[in-house]
Ligand binder design. Structure first.
Ligand SMILES: *Cc1c(COP(=O)(O)O)cnc(C)c1O
Length: 400
């Protein structure tokens, strides 16, 4: 079947909830993917940072095969031999005391919201059903009805109400405004240390530290959504490590499985995850032996292949190159590590046509919002491959 035929089928039988580039991929290895016509592309999105380890990492393929021949799912009605080891290894790697594994990122966010509320009622002493969580403009935390209910993006909400109460919106990056959002019912703030879907938005230096101090002062939990920014993407294991802060809760997902299956987790201390008693919360697939075995190997790859360090160094190298591009259409280039956004001027007429032009050159990336091109290649990428990409990017910016 041809690209056109696959697209026609998807348009006819699938729901139209995405606007993908018209490339039909059927194979991938490392930073490269191949379409059904046999064309080769450099992946510059990494499935929204879920494949930081590169496509079909051989160690993950092997682990998948081995674990599938052992046991895939027990449910949490019984124990399995992978879950305790994943929890221990994650705690040792991150310095947190406890782990609660889930599947999708949105489920882990929901889990963190439930934990924060229950902590508010049982530990802080907030009156029944009065808990408030402060969230931030341009946030992206997933697509459940509760989560889109506190999105500032009209399209994510339109037609999906009524929404869950108990969320207060503050402008991202503005510490004075955040200060005003706290009150005695505030149980937590939840924030992305770098907003990926928002357009690779980076708050001012010291912002996270000041937020953490506000949380401490008001006895509220400092919760970070590192589902996209974490696990090496931003040039550190976690983006919050650019500042001297210790969050109470960190939410991870995406690269936790290296793209093999949805695996997410909430990391926190005893006081927070300790609020869950048997029966309070759960998931049929969360913490499955297959998910845990894959996550353990995915984490080992991040550490052993030094993906955060690679991202940090190659990020500096690549952003320096990008800064030499003609600025006719570029408003600003933002990034930490290989987590980079090019914000275009209005006269560029949108990021989409740049992504389509880059696709023709063999580079796959995706616009976020109207005017930002996001560059987030797998972190196993080499300097030579980044040079290869830069030649294509420069050509597009010079000729479009
Ligand atoms: C992708 C993402 C989510 C949602 O994860 P899903 O696995 O798609 O549910 C939540 N928060 C952030 C910051 C994300 O990038």
């Amino acid at each position: 079947m041809t690209t056109r035929e696959y697209i026609a089928l998807e348009e006819k039988y699938g729901a139209h909830n995405y606007h993908p580039l018209d490339v039909v991929i059927n194979r991938g290895q490392g930073v490269w993917v191949y379409d059904v016509e046999g064309n080769k592309y450099l992946d510059f999105l990494s499935a929204y940072s879920a494949v930081n380890q590169g496509h079909c990492h051989p160690r993950l393929v092997k682990k998948m095969q081995e674990q599938c021949q052992q046991i895939t799912l027990t449910s949490r009605a019984f124990r399995n031999d992978q879950l305790p080891l994943l929890c221990k290894e994650l705690c040792e790697l991150t310095g947190f005391a406890r782990v609660l594994p889930m599947n999708s990122g949105a489920e882990a966010v929901e889990t963190a919201i439930k934990a924060a509320r229950k902590w508010g009622y049982t530990v802080k002493g907030v009156a029944k059903d009065q808990a408030e969580i402060i969230v931030f403009s341009n946030n992206f935390h997933g697509r459940t009805t509760t989560i889109v209910g506190f999105s500032s993006e009209p399209q994510y909400r339109e037609g999906f109400g009524p929404f869950t109460p108990g969320f207060i919106m503050a402008p991202y990056g503005d510490i004075a405004a955040a200060k005003k959002a706290f009150n005695k019912n505030t149980v937590a703030i939840m924030i992305e240390p770098i907003q990926g879907e928002g357009g690779i938005l980076i708050p001012p230096d010291g912002y996270l530290q000041e937020l953490a101090a506000l949380c401490k002062q008001h006895n509220a939990l400092f919760m970070l959504d590192e589902i996209q920014s974490g696990l090496g993407r931003s040039g550190k294991l976690f983006a919050y490590q650019y500042e001297d802060v210790k969050p109470d809760v960190v939410i991870i997902g995406k690269a936790l499985s290296g793209g093999f299956l949805p695996v997410s987790a909430v990391l926190a201390g005893d006081a927070v995850l300790g609020v869950f008693k048997p029966g309070d919360h759960g998931s049929t697939f969360g913490g499955s032996p297959l998910a845990c075995a894959i996550a353990r190997e995915a984490l080992r790859i991040i550490v052993e292949e030094k993906l955060p360090e690679r991202s940090f160094e190659l990020g500096i190298y690549f952003r320096d190159k990008l800064n030499t591009l003609d600025k006719k259409y570029i408003r600003v280039i933002r990034g930490k590590g290989l987590f980079i956004g090019i914000e275009l001027k209005p006269e560029a007429r949108g990021a989409r046509r740049f992504c389509e032009a880059l696709q023709k050159e063999g580079l796959l990336c995706k616009e976020t919002h109207e005017n930002v091109i996001r560059f987030a290649p797998p972190l196993v990428i080499t300097k030579e491959e980044l040079d290869w990409a830069f030649v294509r990017i420069k050509k597009v910016f010079d000729t479009i």
